[in-house]
Design a protein around this ligand. Structure first.
Ligand code: F6R
Length: 248
């Protein structure tokens, strides 16, 4: 899989935000919407900061942008400090001129009996938007993409999933204890992600170097869902030198 490694994480942020800005401008010039698949977590924060700077200082206009986020814990209230909905508004949407109705984020408040229908509707909305132009991803220690944990099928779509114990352990700090981390999440599926026209996987820091090497170099397996990206015609890992340190 193509891998672009920069010395510094700031260079990764600038490059990826630049790719997104180019898409937004090109689509605007063609009178079309740009459809972005977005991730939360610590990794994309610098990209979002750079997009905000491009909006504030260079007039990057988000009125023709539609967004679909990868995932949300379930159950989760949108105003909780742990909510990915809140994360997105605080780290990006409040600071740019995207119309509120253009933002789509999995809903952690849907009752269990309605989750499946909600997920089908999310898939339909992505399709109605014309599909994802660029999907941004981070990588978890399990090799998950979105919250597609080991064992997730290549054909999976948006659904309610159980979080891997490793993922819950990694989130324990933010939740002040592993026992407070939700057991489940709503996530786009592997197929939803693979249907994006372009996929940009971000990995920053030495702690991502081992799983980055596995995702890029090892055989494709549902035990490491990020390896599915090797089969995508237009996917790329954009990483810093620390995350690249174990690549052969
Ligand atoms: C977040 C998501 C996750 C994260 C991954 C890495 O929306 O879908 O797959 O991208 O867990 O998280 P960070 O960036 O916090 O290391």
């Amino acid at each position: 899989m193509p891998t672009l490694a920069f010395e510094l994480s700031e260079e990764v942020d600038r490059y990826v935000a630049g790719q997104i800005a180019t898409l937004i401008r090109e689509k605007k010039g063609a009178g079309q919407n740009a459809v972005l698949g977005l991730a939360t977590g610590s990794t994309p924060i610098g990209v979002y900061r750079e997009l905000i700077r491009l909006h504030e200082e260079e007039g990057l206009d988000f009125t023709n942008v539609l967004t679909f986020n990868l995932d949300e814990y379930w159950p989760m209230e949108p105003d909780s400090i742990h909510s990915y909905n809140r994360f997105m508004w605080e780290n990006l949407f409040h600071h740019i001129n995207i119309p509120k109705e253009n933002v789509h984020i999995p809903d952690g408040t849907v009752p269990l009996a309605k989750v499946e229908a909600w997920c089908d509707d999310y898939e339909r909305k992505i399709q109605e938007a014309g599909g994802l132009d660029i999907q941004l991803l981070g990588i978890g220690r399990t090799g998950h993409i979105g919250f597609n944990e080991p064992g997730s099928s290549r054909n999976s779509t948006t659904r309610l999933v159980a979080l891997d114990p490793k993922t819950r352990k990694d989130a324990a700090g933010e939740f002040y204890g592993e026992e407070n981390v939700p057991m489940q999440a709503v996530t786009m599926g592997v197929n939803t992600i693979m249907n994006a026209r372009q996929i940009i996987m971000l990995a920053l820091g030495e702690h991502k170097s081992k799983i980055t090497r596995i995702a890029v170099e090892d055989e494709v397996t549902d035990q490491v869902p990020s390896t599915f990206l090797q089969k995508h015609p237009n996917s790329m890992f954009v990483i810093d030198s620390a995350a690249a340190s174990q690549l052969t």
